[in-house]
Ligand binder design. Structure first.
Ligand code: C2E
Ligand code: CA
Ligand code: CA
Length: 633
């Protein structure tokens, strides 16, 4: 940035300088050509006058002859000096004449040659003629007329001085201007640098700056042979606070937490925000005991109740601690292990912090591997989809299927969706995973449709997808690309997910409903949706969570809940799906409770697409149309 400012200054300077030089040169050239014209004129008058035969003329005759040119002399301001035997005998001039001029001309005259002389800043051209055999000599003198101004030289000198002043001023102006720009740029740069190294909300250093400071701490630790500690802290109940009180209050809380943390730290400690509700604190020159003292102080200060929107909030934090070099020999490992320790702390009962424990970490190594393998698995089509039939309890025959994602990792084996779906949500891969599954399902449905099998298919949608307002259009595009009516697709959204950001979810659900998708609320009963909320949502199906179904035949409470949900759903004009049916008794019991649709291992486990086709052919649950469609193929 600096260089470009200097460049501007130099360019402006050079431009002005060259403009001035060109200006002066142009004036010079014009003056020179004017001088030449005037010299030529002088020569021609001198020739004309002296070409006349004056050899035997008397002084009076000569003067008479010259008087013929009087007008021209006066117009051109010509001066004529007549000498006889080197003595001045006559001077013809309009004005008074400078003696110094006469002396110098007489001294420097050369016959027939025009010379220029400079007296008192005025230039004169003069030319002398000798009249042979008479002793007379005529000297013609003409003040050189400059461009419109008799004092052209003074003008040029002034112009040059003026030009230099202008250049000087311009360079100064450019320098001042340049330094202002450069200062502004410097400020902007500083701001940008600050932005890239700090968190926008809390103004704390971010991960990049933390890594830098960790590097420094590592260096100092080597030099002084002293350990340092790193704390990673996460708020336990932040998500709930954020969801129930809104992002604005969530932000306020984070700012308050960061200021509390700053207050409880020593001057040399560094606090950083890693993202979300995660903070890191670097404690230079700190050992095991020092880290505990500091952690207790932090926890004490953090867990002080906080007034947010006139509501008293209890903040709970989990802290993971690592010591360098004991818990990792690189700063990357120190940070990663502090993160692991923080998750370990979350599992603990009765304590809010934990030092890194390598023995417990095997779990987190698996997690890290899963994280690393998931995205490539999606991109390389290594995931698959299973289908679990759903039965209409009125007809006891198949009415639809639910698509369930499967992942068999080369290294880690079968990974249940309960494990990799949350992981995909945390790592930001859930949307591509969901869209991948929708596409895979659409391909299978298209194939089945070509055999005449039109089966409603439910696809699970993660809440995170509902954060993207373009999601409904993306799904619609895939489904219609495969020529499938959207009314054949049911989208299952878990109840708890819906409730966490109801306003936005509602908008997206309405859009999905407008497009024509069937909307189903999954795991119903585990969230906290009130009737009032439910009534506002465009929902077609309530899917009772399997935790109520599995044990309902033994557990009166559960069967009462199931019964209530069924009645509630019907009063809202919704159909009910009961999932997790593992035996015939539960199936029958649900039927007596007026349940609409049944799903569970007792009917069928989730099956691969080809196993599902085989199942359709042999199962007593498949009705005529479905069997025909598949067997025709
Ligand atoms: P879910 O949506 O509630 O899916 C039903 C789960 O219950 C499935 O587990 C299914 O195999 C299991 N299940 C069905 N019948 C029975 C039964 O009779 N007894 C028992 N114990 N379980 C039964 P799965 O396939 O392991 O999926 C677990 C969860 O993972 C799903 O719960 C769903 O929340 C999530 N999931 C699966 N696939 C996807 C997907 O493609 N996208 C999203 N976002 N989530 C998915
Ligand atoms: Ca489901
Ligand atoms: Ca479910």
């Amino acid at each position: 940035m600096r260089i470009s400012t200097q460049l501007i200054v130099v360019t402006i300077g050079i431009t002005i300088l060259s403009m001035t030089i060109f200006g002066i040169l142009a004036i010079r050239i014009m003056l020179d050509s004017a001088h030449k014209e005037q010299t030529d004129h002088l020569r021609s008058i001198a020739n004309e006058i002296t070409n006349y035969n004056l050899a035997s003329s008397s002084q009076e005759e000569i003067i008479d002859h010259i008087n013929n040119y009087k007008n021209e002399f006066s117009r051109e301001k010509l001066i004529l000096i007549i000498l006889r035997e080197n003595k001045i005998i006559y001077i013809l001039t309009q004005n008074s004449i400078n003696n110094q001029l006469i002396d110098r001309i007489i001294q420097t005259r050369e016959t027939g040659i025009e010379n220029i002389i400079d007296i008192d800043d005025i230039q004169y051209v003069f030319s002398n003629r000798i009249i042979q055999n008479s002793g007379y000599e005529l000297i013609f003198i003409k003040p050189l007329i400059s461009l419109n101004h008799p004092h052209a030289n003074t003008l040029i000198k002034r112009m040059a001085t003026f030009g230099i002043i202008i250049i000087w001023l311009a360079i100064w102006a450019a320098l001042v201007f340049g330094s202002i720009i450069s200062r502004k740029l410097e400020e902007k740069n500083k701001q940008l640098r600050h932005q890239t190294l700090h968190d926008n909300l809390t103004k704390l250093p971010n991960r990049i700056l933390l890594m830098d400071r960790l590097q420094q701490a590592q260096y100092n630790s080597h030099r002084q042979l002293s350990p340092f500690a790193l704390i990673v802290m996460d708020l336990d109940n932040f998500k709930e606070i954020n969801d129930t009180m809104g992002h604005h209050n969530g932000d306020k809380l984070l700012i308050e937490v960061s200021s509390r943390l700053l207050k409880s730290l020593r001057e040399n400690d560094s606090l950083a925000r890693l993202g979300g509700d995660e903070f890191a604190i670097l404690l230079p020159d700190t050992d095991y005991n020092g880290a505990i003292v500091c952690t207790n102080r932090i926890l004490h200060d953090i867990e002080e109740p906080l007034l947010l929107n006139e509501t008293s909030i209890d903040i709970k934090a989990s802290i993971g601690i690592t010591l360098y070099p004991e818990h990792g020999d690189s700063i990357e490992l120190i940070l990663q292990h502090a993160d692991v320790a923080m998750y370990q702390a979350k599992q603990l009962v009765g304590s809010s912090y934990s030092f890194y424990d390598p023995v417990q970490d095997s779990h987190s190594i698996r997690r890290l591997k899963l994280m690393a393998n998931l995205r490539p698995a999606i991109e390389n089509n290594l995931l698959s989809v299973n289908y679990q039939p759903m039965i209409d309890q009125n007809t006891n025959s198949i009415i639809g299927i639910e698509a369930l994602a499967r992942w068999n990792d080369k290294e880690l084996g079968f990974i249940p969706p309960d494990e990799f779906i949350p992981l995909a949500e945390q790592t930001g891969s859930i949307q591509i995973l969901t869209l991948w599954i929708i596409e895979k399902v659409a391909k299978d449905i298209k194939k089945w449709r070509s055999t005449g099998l039109n089966i409603k298919t439910a696809i699970n949608i993660s809440t995170n997808c509902l954060q993207d307002s373009l999601f409904p259009e993306k799904v619609e595009k895939i489904i219609s690309n495969y020529g499938i009516p959207v009314s054949n697709i049911e989208l299952e959204i878990t109840e708890s997910a819906l409730m966490s950001d109801l306003k936005r979810a509602r908008r997206i659900l309405e859009r999905l409903n407008e497009i024509g998708f069937i909307i189903s609320i999954d795991d119903f009963g585990t969230g906290f949706s009130s009737l009032a909320y439910l009534k506002q949502l465009p929902v077609n199906i309530l899917k009772i969570d399997r935790s109520f179904v599995q044990d309902m035949k033994h557990n009166k409470k559960d069967s009462d809940i199931v019964s209530t949900i069924i009645q509630l759903a019907h009063s809202l004009d919704c159909k009910v799906v009961a999932e997790g049916i593992e035996d015939s008794e539960t199936y029958d019991l649900l039927k007596t409770l007026n349940n609409d649709i049944a799903q569970g291992y007792w009917i069928s486990r989730p099956l691969t697409a080809s196993d599902f086709e085989a199942w359709l052919k042999s199962s007593s649950w498949s009705n005529d149309t479905t069997t025909k469609a598949i067997t025709n193929n």
